[in-house]
Design a binder for this molecule. Structure first.
Ligand SMILES: NC(=O)c1ccc[n+]([C@@H]2O[C@H](COP(=O)([O-])OP(=O)(O)OC[C@H]3O[C@@H](n4cnc5c(N)ncnc54)[C@H](OP(=O)(O)O)[C@@H]3O)[C@@H](O)[C@H]2O)c1
Length: 252
């Protein structure tokens, strides 16, 4: 069994480790023994745990899961040269990673929150010679897509990385609207969840415009509701959301 070494023991590390633990040996590097123990108990299997200071990454396959602001401070605490570093850090360039961490190769990966339920949409870019390995590793937590440039990865971050938050806003707002009209809160939440579950399946095969046309009968209820969304500039707000999130990703 090959070993994957996680640097960082937060939420994203745990989600990815859950997907990989059946196929790979898991090793975790952190800065608090208590948090390393918690990580192990949440994973539910015995793993190798190490403190970060002076940890030797030589020839290791690293899953780098700290925060973007920690790259420099973590880099100086590690020694040796990794085989490859897979970074999940939002907006952190291959150059910055290479400047602060010694590794033969670097691949940036951008998973999303659905990694915790094995349904992440993960984008990847970086050293082409690790494309196949990156896709195989990250497919343990959902779908993957290799992109050719870091700019594309930053745009994809705005779409799929941040996307769960945008859809959560829509989901909550629609449920609130139903409550406003008199539907009970628990009925409203259950129906909204069912809606998103079904929609998740439909959108895999049907173009969004055709989906909308299929449900919108002339002069009907959907047409009335849909017009209200357009009046509220939801389309334009979504386009702006991607633009602002992309801009932010390039400034981290
Ligand atoms: N959550 C998402 O949906 C998502 C999606 C895509 C990408 N990402 C990326 O994933 C990365 C991790 O996110 P997360 O949700 O896993 O965050 P998290 O749960 O807060 O975990 C952050 C990790 O970084 C460590 N850390 C924080 N400050 C540190 C420091 N000064 N020195 C050393 N280690 C430090 C933490 O250690 P302690 O446990 O000891 O505090 C923890 O292990 C971020 O870079 C984010 O951009 C997240």
């Amino acid at each position: 069994m090959n070993t994957i070494t996680f640097i960082g023991n937060g939420n994203m590390a745990l989600s990815i480790a859950k997907g990989l633990m059946d196929e790979y040996k898991i090793e975790v590097v952190g800065r608090s023994e208590e948090k390393l123990d918690k990580f192990e108990s949440e994973l539910g299997i015995e793993i190798e745990k190490h403190m970060m200071d002076g940890f030797n990454i030589n020839a290791k396959t690293i899953m780098f899961c700290v925060k973007p602001a920690n790259v420099e401070s973590v880099g100086v605490r590690l020694k040796g040269k990794a085989r490859v570093i897979y970074s999940v850090l939002a907006g952190t360039s291959v150059k910055k990673l290479k400047d602060n961490l010694d590794s033969e190769a670097v691949v940036r990966t951008m998973p999303n929150l659905a990694a915790s339920v094995g349904l992440s949409m993960t984008t990847l870019t970086g050293d082409e010679s690790f494309k196949d390995e990156a896709e195989e590793l990250l497919s343990a937590i959902g779908a993957t897509r290799w992109l050719n440039t870091e700019k594309e990865l930053d745009i994809a971050t705005a779409l799929a990385g941040s996307g769960p938050a945008y859809l959560a806003l829509i989901a909550e707002a629609l449920a609130d609207g139903a409550v406003k009209q008199g539907l009970k809160r628990d009925d409203s939440m259950l129906i909204m969840r069912g809606l998103f579950g079904g929609f998740g399946g439909l959108i895999q095969d049907i173009h969004p415009a055709l989906l909308k046309d299929g449900v919108m009968s002339p002069g009907g209820t959907t047409a009335a509701g849909y017009a209200a969304l357009e009046e509220g500039n939801v389309r334009s707000a979504c386009i702006d959301a991607i633009s602002k999130a992309y801009e932010k990703a390039t400034q981290l």
